[in-house]
Design a protein around this ligand. Structure first.
Ligand code: F6P
Length: 282
C-alpha cells in the first residue's frame, strides 16, 4: 500500500503546482454527474492517470471525471476510485480544495475498501492516509517532502463544529430541526463548500458533524459513494467516529449499483451521530 500512497504524494505536489500556476477556466464539457468541468479538473485527472499507469498493484482507475472504468493492468490487485479535484470551483475564490482516493480490492463496494487517502490543497498541502484496521495518519508537505504531523488521528466523543450541507430550502423538517438543535447546544458553523477541507477541519479539531442529507430536490443527496463518501467513511471510523446514511446504516456497508451513485451521508463523532439517529428515528 505504501507505494500507492507514495504515488498519491507525487500527484499531490503536481496538482498543487497546477492549481497555483494554470488556467482556471471552464472546458466545454460536463463530467459523468453533469457538473461543468474546469480545465484544472481535467489536468488533475490526467496527472493521476499518468502517475498510476504502469503501477504493478493497480488494476484499474475509476475517476469522478470519467464515465467508466479504465483498466490498465489485468494482473494488478486494486482499483482506485478518485475525485481528482473535489470542490474545484472554490479555486476561483482562493479557498481550499482536495483530492480523494479510495482503494478497493475486488468489487466496488464499501466492504472491499481496503485503504483511502485525501489531500488538502490550502495554505499548506496536507495528506491523510488510512489502511483498514489502522488509525489514520496525518502528513504535511515541506519542501516537497511529506512529514508526519500525527501518527494517529483520533476524534473526541463529542465535538463543537457543525458543517451542514445541502440547500436549506430543500431540507426535510426533521433535518432542519436536527441542525437547529445542534446550534442551540452551542455548535459553531463551519462550512466552506469543499467536503475535503470541511471534513479535515472537523477531524483535526477533535469532532463535530458534517452532513450532506437527502433533500426534497435530491433525495439521494449529492456526494458520490465511491469517490467521496466511502473513502471518508473509512477515515472517520478509523479515527473513532461514525459515518452513516439517513437510515443509520454504516456507509461502509453500501454497495453502489453504478459508479457515480450518490447517498445521503453523515460523518461525525459518536455523540453527534447518536443525536442524528434520534432525530431521524432510526
Ligand atoms: O461534490 C462536490 C462538493 O463541492 C463537495 O466538496 C461539497 O461538500 C459539496 O459539493 C458542496 O455542495 P453544496 O454547494 O450543495 O453545499
Amino acid at each position: 500500500m505504501q507505494s500507492i500512497f507514495d504515488t498519491i504524494k507525487h500527484c499531490a505536489l503536481e496538482i498543487d503546482r497546477a492549481i497555483k500556476s494554470e488556467d482556471l477556466g471552464y472546458c466545454d464539457s460536463a463530467n459523468a454527474s453533469g457538473d461543468d468541468q474546469l480545465k484544472l479538473d481535467i489536468k488533475s485527472d490526467a496527472i493521476i492517470e499518468k502517475a498510476f499507469s504502469g503501477h504493478p498493484l493497480v488494476k484499474s482507475l475509476v475517476s469522478e471525471e470519467k464515465e467508466g472504468e479504465l483498466v490498465m493492468n489485468e494482473t494488478g490487485k486494486y482499483t482506485i476510485c478518485y475525485d481528482p479535484l473535489d470542490g474545484s470551483s472554490l479555486v476561483d475564490v482562493n479557498l481550499s480544495v482536495g483530492s480523494i482516493f479510495g482503494i478497493y480490492d475486488g468489487e466496488l463496494k464499501g466492504e472491499n475498501l481496503v485503504a483511502s487517502a485525501y489531500v488538502v490543497y490550502g495554505p499548506r498541502i496536507e495528506l491523510v492516509t488510512v489502511v483498514k484496521g489502522e488509525a489514520p495518519k496525518h502528513y504535511r508537505a515541506q519542501n516537497d517532502t511529506f512529514l508526519t504531523v500525527y501518527e494517529t488521528l483520533q476524534l473526541n466523543k463529542k465535538g463543537k463544529l457543525n458543517a451542514p450541507g445541502g440547500t436549506q430550502q430543500h431540507w426535510y423538517d426533521y433535518h432542519k430541526s436536527f441542525i437547529d438543535k445542534l446550534f442551540a447546544e452551542g455548535y459553531r458553523l463551519r462550512y466552506s463548500g469543499g467536503m475535503v477541507p470541511d471534513l479535515h477541519q472537523i477531524l483535526l479539531k477533535g469532532g463535530g458533524i458534517f452532513s450532506y442529507p437527502g433533500t426534497s430536490d435530491k433525495p439521494e443527496g449529492k456526494l458520490r459513494q465511491l469517490f467521496e463518501v466511502l473513502p471518508f467513511a473509512l477515515v472517520y471510523e478509523a479515527a473513532g467516529g461514525e459515518a452513516v446514511d439517513h437510515k443509520g446504516h454504516r456507509l461502509l456497508e453500501l454497495a453502489p449499483l453504478h459508479v457515480h451513485d450518490t447517498t445521503p451521508c453523515f460523518f461525525g463523532s459518536r455523540y453527534e451521530i447518536a443525536k442524528l439517529k434520534e432525530a431521524y428515528g432510526v
